[in-house]
Design a protein around this ligand. Structure first.
Ligand code: BGC
Length: 943
């Protein structure tokens, strides 16, 4: 039977508040038959779930498309709910109409906002932490309420309550965007929370990313000085009338128990300040003040695009009494989140919870690994002051911490595990990928990588959930493909990439962090701090509003081309290419301008004296500007770098690492030309393709020696050259051989850094050195992926080692970048690979790899079309393969074997052929079990 399931609008289940007029619809087909391909679909829309009146019937559309189908009904209006359903025809049978899904529109016009921005605070101390303002408003609901919606946003973060009940389980709203240009509002269905008669709305505002500590420099007031709220409740009655309660001067404000609430520093909560009942009707607010109304506008407001942030996994601790006599809670897993605590004790007792990622060599609690670039006072601390009236339950409101361990001070009575629950908190993306194999250490590596993703995908992709929590562009691009294996990250990245474009500088330079947390959006504050500060770091950051010294680095700025392209490949959605094309082009043009600038430092080199077709070759080499370079190759010591960061940066400015920068220039030019091809922009396709070819020629002339040497002893340049296809064909194999030689000389250890690590194993395997790839993967002494696993890591570390040369702990313990190796597990070992001709796994490869000491491996990947499976197992009979291809897709299975084996496959695989040294054959949807008996025979069983 053919069924249509998993209806999504804009990649979400029944989203509330869209402000696009043509939402993208998607669905999945399931069937118990094989070879199912959709031939046609019919979408219907209605204002009601029963489809009594059909608003729009798109009719039967001949098409295999089941994702990114645009809604084509009557023009959408603000605040509308549309139900839609779909029926499909396949090559075998036709389905019934699906169960309906719905979406609701937000506010298309600024005139839809009847509320006013309100500010609860009066005069404030710009430099101090401030208590969280509480806001309340009572209103009455008449008889005959049919539905009620809340439209809300804030400067800072908000929590809201209706009649004492929390209005949503979504956290950290309104999310994090480039607030001056794009501030999100959310839409909630509050019908069930209201009652006839008196009701109350309560709101608490937190500092959040608006004015709290952000980034490596712990900048405060980055967007503004004061928090503010904007919200309107729209009540619809059965007589067709509507009532709007909008924030205005009648809203009252006061302070409550939250004395301080900072994302990084933490929270101070004085439970003795009891304002119970403040968010319910009937509370006496005569002592509360009136809020101030501001005349701020609405034109930069957008409906939320965020994947909502939610509480996810929970952990109960083991209680440790550490050698130095402290009480430490060990939650067993390094996460980003908070602890919910139960306590009973004497009024005024101040309990302290300090959140850290690791124990030190003596097994005592430490925050030592955060010290790299300075830190803030009271970092990741919660102070809870007991009210003293029985059992109290508490968790922070607007703070979040990266931790596995919590140092607990001053907790009254016995410390029992059940009184502490750690909650992981992150953007609630759908989990899509699982990988398991016979090596438990590799399975732990997969878990660590997934946990580092969970710890760093909160609203924006961050480097770490502790020290910086910044949207470092390089980290995100490096991890993006692996991220798309683990979870559906398309909507998450579509939203964040819009901010990358919005914050791009007029020159085309792309920031190192997005939204920028290295320099001030709030220029008044930027200038105030620059005038006050003697900190050389701050002065290096530059003037507010101008590109900073650290911006425009290759490998980081290339997020503009790499990330949209990776998303297109994984989800097949052209929207991200359309949205980002101008930004990607501006980035490549910026690099072209950098290349045209000449660097004194290199003026004696051949490139400055060689002309080809009348053009100076140096004009195609990026040797100006600041570049992080390969970054954190294992023999670079983090702590030493931390101490010499100023020196490091000025060296990078002078030397400008042309080897890395020029490779990225070529790569981005090529990706841009491919983007142009998909979008039908022929002129740009040709222009950037020819640019790529020129850069490649110059790269071969000046960076690769005749014997294939690029840089003695380093693996990264060889890997990068191969991955970006920069070497002339006749040089490729000497380059591969050099790479293998360096790895062997390094006793099968990698020495790649941030940028090239994700490609290392792929390149070894693609160029016929699977054996070396497996050996490097299974290596467990440092530097290697499994070293951290042997040390009990539960997330990916920033550095390849736990202790630096000076014996101090190195860096963050939750940096996903090196976890990018997991793409090799999915796309290499399990061999599930999207293909460019039919992106988004509409057609894909199943090209598994056996090797090393592994005896089995299996992966499951939930594509937009359904579950793909690929597994293999070594048995006495040979290798058993198992594959699942979802309905409405096709795959090419590629297995070890040669021409002779083809005949043994049987007539089901008539089209089998030899490709890339393997047997290849195309299949439709279904389950496939195949056995290869070490080249003697091959047996295929199709379920
Ligand atoms: C961050 C990185 C980032 C880097 C820039 C570090 O401090 O944590 O992950 O990409 O700076 O090189």
């Amino acid at each position: 039977m053919l069924k249509v399931i998993h209806l999504q609008t804009e990649y979400r289940n029944n989203p509330m508040g869209l402000d696009t007029k043509a939402p993208r619809l998607g669905w999945m087909l399931i069937s118990n038959r094989e070879n199912i391909m959709q031939q046609a679909y019919q979408v219907q829309a209605s204002a009601n779930e029963s489809f009594k009146d059909v608003l729009w019937d798109g009719g039967k559309v001949e098409s295999q498309q089941s994702q990114q189908v645009l809604y084509g009904g009557p023009e959408l209006k603000s605040m509308e709910r549309i139900y839609w359903r779909v029926k499909v025809w396949s090559n075998h049978e036709e389905s019934e109409f699906s169960q309906p899904a719905f979406f609701e529109t937000g506010l298309f016009e600024t005139s839809d906002w009847k509320a006013k921005w309100i500010e609860p605070e009066g005069d404030i101390d710009l430099d101090a932490y401030k208590p969280a303002p509480y806001i309340r408003k009572e209103f009455s609901v008449k008889k005959g309420l049919v539905s009620a919606r809340a439209y809300m946003t804030s400067r800072g973060l908000y929590h809201f309550y209706i009649n004492g009940t929390e209005g949503t389980d979504h956290l950290f709203n309104p999310g994090f965007t480039s607030y001056y240009k794009r501030l999100q509002y959310q839409v909630y269905d509050i019908t069930k929370l209201l009652q006839e008669g008196n009701n109350a709305l309560g709101v608490i505002l937190g500092d959040g990313w608006w004015r709290g500590n952000v980034g490596i420099g712990n900048l405060k007031n980055n967007f503004g000085y004061k928090v503010a709220f904007l919200g309107q409740l729209v009540l619809s009655y059965d007589d067709g009338s509507k009532e709007i309660i909008g924030s205005n001067s009648t809203f009252k404000t006061s302070y409550g128990p939250i004395q301080k609430s900072d994302l990084k520093a933490g929270e101070v909560y004085d439970a003795r300040i009891n304002i119970s009942g403040w968010n319910s009707p009937g509370f006496d607010d005569s002592s509360w003040k009136n809020v101030n109304v501001t005349d701020d506008g609405f034109d930069y407001l957008i409906a939320t695009r965020s994947v909502p942030v939610k509480r996810k996994e929970r952990f109960i601790p083991e209680i440790l009494n550490t050698p130095n006599g402290e009480t430490v809670l060990d939650f067993g897993q390094n996460i980003a989140g908070w602890v919910e605590m139960k306590v009973q004790g004497a009024t005024g007792t101040e309990i302290v919870l300090i959140h850290g990622e690791t124990l030190d060599k003596n097994r005592n609690f430490t925050m030592g690994n955060f010290s790299l670039h300075g830190s803030i006072e009271d970092f990741q601390e919660v102070h809870y002051i007991i009210e003293g009236n029985g059992l109290e339950t508490y968790h922070p409101h607007f703070a979040i911490f990266g931790f596995r361990y919590v140092l607990l001070k001053n907790y009254p009575g016995e410390v029992k595990p059940e009184n502490f629950t750690a909650m992981a908190i992150y953007s609630d993306m759908e989990e899509t990928g699982e990988f398991v194999c016979s090596n438990p250490m590799i399975n732990q590596l997969v878990s660590n990588s997934k946990w580092s993703m969970k710890g760093n995908f909160l609203e924006i992709p961050t480097d770490c959930p502790t020290r910086e929590r910044a949207g470092w562009t390089g980290d995100a691009q490096v991890f993006s493909k692996t991220a798309s294996n683990f979870m559906n990250v398309y909507p998450f990245f579509e939203k964040w990439m819009a901010d990358v474009a919005v914050e791009q500088f007029a020159t085309g330079s792309v920031g190192s962090t997005v939204p920028n947390v290295l320099g001030y959006h709030n220029h008044v504050e930027g200038n105030r701090i620059l005038n006050l500060s003697k900190d050389p770091m701050l002065n290096m950051l530059g003037k507010p509003g101008e590109p900073l010294l650290l911006d425009g680095s290759t490998g980081w700025g290339d997020v503009a081309t790499i990330l949209p392209w990776t998303m297109y490949l994984s989800y097949g959605d052209k929207t991200i290419l359309e949205n980002q094309f101008d930004s990607a082009k501006a980035w490549v043009d910026y690099l072209a301008a950098c290349a045209k600038k000449h660097n004194e430092y290199y003026k004696e080199t051949a490139a400055y004296h060689t002309y080809t077709d009348g053009e100076l070759e140096a004009n195609y080499i990026v040797d100006t500007g600041f570049h992080w370079g390969e970054w954190l190759e294992p023999d670079t010591n983090m702590n030493e770098l931390g101490a010499n960061i100023t020196e490091f940066m000025s060296r990078q400015m002078t030397v400008s690492e042309p080897l890395v920068a020029t490779a990225y220039y070529a790569y981005s030019a090529r990706l841009l030309s491919e983007m142009a091809a998909v979008l039908g922009k022929q002129e740009e396709k040709d222009k950037y393709e020819s640019l790529y070819n020129k850069i490649k020629r110059v790269y071969n002339n000046h960076f690769i020696k005749d014997d294939g040497t690029i840089l003695e002893g380093r693996q990264a340049p060889y890997v990068r050259t191969l991955a970006f296809n920069l070497a002339d064909d006749d040089k490729k194999y000497t380059i591969v051989n050099k790479l293998v030689e360096i790895i062997k000389n390094n006793d099968y250890h990698l020495n790649t850094g941030f940028l090239s690590t994700p490609f290392l194993l792929h390149m070894l395997a693609d160029y016929g050195h699977e054996d070396i790839a497996f050996r490097v993967l299974e290596q467990d002494t440092s530097p290697s992926w499994l070293y951290a696993v042997t040390k009990g890591a539960t997330t990916i570390w920033e550095s390849w080692s736990d202790y630096g040369h000076d014996g101090k702990m190195t860096g963050s313990f939750n940096h996903y970048s090196y976890g990018a190796v997991c793409d090799f597990l999915f796309a290499g070992i399990a061999g599930i690979r999207p293909v460019m001709e039919k992106p988004g796994y509409k057609h894909f490869l199943l090209k598994p790899l056996q090797g090393g000491a592994l005896t089995h491996a299996s992966a499951k990947f939930e594509s937009l079309y359904g579950t793909i499976e690929s597994s293999w197992e070594q048995t006495n009979q040979g290798i058993n393969y198992h594959f699942v291809v979802p309905a409405n897709t096709t795959a090419t299975i590629m297995l070890p074997g040669n021409q002779d084996d083809i005949a043994k496959l049987g007539k089901e695989f008539m089209d089998a052929r030899c490709e890339d040294g393997r047997i290849a054959f195309d299949v439709g949807s279904g389950k496939y079990n195949l056995t290869i008996q070490s080249s003697e025979s091959i047996k295929a069983i199709v379920e």
